[in-house]
Design a protein around this ligand. Structure first.
Ligand SMILES: C[S@@+](CC[C@H](N)C(=O)[O-])C[C@H]1O[C@@H](n2cnc3c(N)ncnc32)[C@H](O)[C@@H]1O
Length: 201
């Protein structure tokens, strides 16, 4: 595949490149799980292997990573992985289906104010996720950045359509979470990890 020349586009006009899941027998009941920013894809492929009935879709903004994910999908012969190259803020509103789960794990925090527009979790993006989630669908948000965790929790709390799954919106211990590449990296450095999980009612 040839990478679109991103310098020609503003982020909002960035074209999407879609590598659909190879033809397989799927039913309308197949759960659909989205991972935004899968990076190396350890979690994406773990999900695909442990839940072969589900369609697992990774949305990745970096072309090189997208290509590597595509290569790995072919190498591992996983027929239930779909991949989208592009900005998730553009891709999610265009999804032609309702989804069961959305995972956002260790998105880049972009702490500087002038770079804040890169930050993916904002009110607009949460609105897009809410519109694409099935009733009872859920979103996971995991970060090592305390301020990002807190500002995102405030957005979820402000919308009564989201219900926290945990006893409180943010927890720092979550044995159910998969140890992604960045989870392992930050844990090895002794950083605290902030987990959030919400259900859409
Ligand atoms: C810090 S890495 C985390 C990778 C993986 N989730 C993990 O936990 O190991 C962030 C990933 O999100 C991707 N990313 C950043 N902004 C994105 C966006 N707007 N849409 C889709 N992917 C994005 C990056 O290219 C990168 O692969």
């Amino acid at each position: 595949m040839i990478a679109p020349r991103l310098t020609e586009y503003s982020p909002w006009e960035m074209p999407l490149v879609i590598a659909p899941a190879p033809a397989r027998s799927s039913s309308a009941q197949s759960p659909i799980i989205i991972e935004i920013g899968p990076g190396r894809g350890d979690f994406l492929f773990h999900l695909a292997r442990t839940d072969p009935a589900a369609i697992i879709c990774g949305i990745e903004i970096k072309w090189r990573r997208f290509e590597k994910l595509r290569e790995r999908r072919e190498r591992d012969r996983l027929a239930n992985v779909a991949l989208i190259y592009g900005d998730a803020r553009v891709a999610v509103p265009q999804l032609a289906c309702l989804v069961d789960k959305v995972y956002v794990q260790f998105p880049d925090p972009w702490p500087k104010r002038r770079h804040a527009w890169h930050r993916i979790l904002d009110a607009e993006f949460l609105g897009s996720c809410a519109r694409r989630l099935k009733t009872g669908g859920e979103i996971w948000f995991i970060t090592d950045d305390k301020l990002y965790a807190e500002s995102t929790a405030a957005l979820f709390i402000a919308d009564p359509g989201w219900q926290t799954y945990f006893a409180q919106p943010i927890v720092t211990n979550c044995p159910d979470a998969f140890p992604t590449h960045f989870a392992q990296k930050w844990r090895a450095e002794g950083r605290t990890i902030y987990y959030q999980r919400y259900k859409r009612s």
